[in-house]
Ligand binder design. Structure first.
Ligand code: ADP
Ligand code: MG
Length: 139
């Protein structure tokens, strides 16, 4: 894994609101190459593990509940400086504060249901890629 890869999740609320197509189109139009993509439904255990770093935060249980409330679309994206660029592209965690035109600004409905996840470091991008995708899928 290099600084060319990041992992995104289109969260359940955005999938449910039929925004996946628009979000994927924005990602491709911005120059990201989709290396791998799939729709999955997270179990409580898997979502808890994915957000384990936040386990002591007050929003943790509701976040896990929301992330397991329906299918998500997980994708590995490739582009130079992928992690940093993608974080900028999706906007701030709070959709109300996200820059106009960013994915979270356009499709997020709350701090919790902010449309998409984006890895926050190269190290976490690598960890998240192997969390979701087998070696064959990550080729
Ligand atoms: P980001 O996804 O921007 O990296 P964090 O890592 O801080 O943000 O938080 C992980 C996820 O937890 C956020 O994307 C959001 O869904 C949820 N979250 C973060 N802070 C809050 C909060 N104060 N209230 C409710 N949900 C939150
Ligand atoms: Mg984060």
């Amino acid at each position: 894994m290099t600084d060319k890869t990041t992992l995104t999740i289109i969260k359940p609320q955005a999938v449910r609101n039929l925004h996946s197509g628009k979000i994927i189109d924005m990602i491709l139009s911005a120059g990201y190459i989709i290396k791998a993509i799939k729709m999955v439904t997270l179990s409580h255990d898997l979502a808890s593990k994915f957000y384990e770093i936040h386990k002591d935060r007050p929003f943790y249980e509701n976040l896990v509940k929301s992330m397991t409330s329906g299918p998500v679309i997980v994708a590995l994206l490739e582009k130079d400086n992928a992690v940093q660029d993608y974080r900028e592209f999706i906007g701030s965690t709070n959709p109300a504060e996200a820059v106009t035109g960013t994915i979270r600004n356009l499709f997020g409905t709350s701090m919790q249901d902010n449309a998409v996840h984006g890895s926050d470091s190269d190290e976490n991008a690598a960890r998240e890629a192997s969390f979701f995708f087998s070696e064959m899928e990550r080729f």
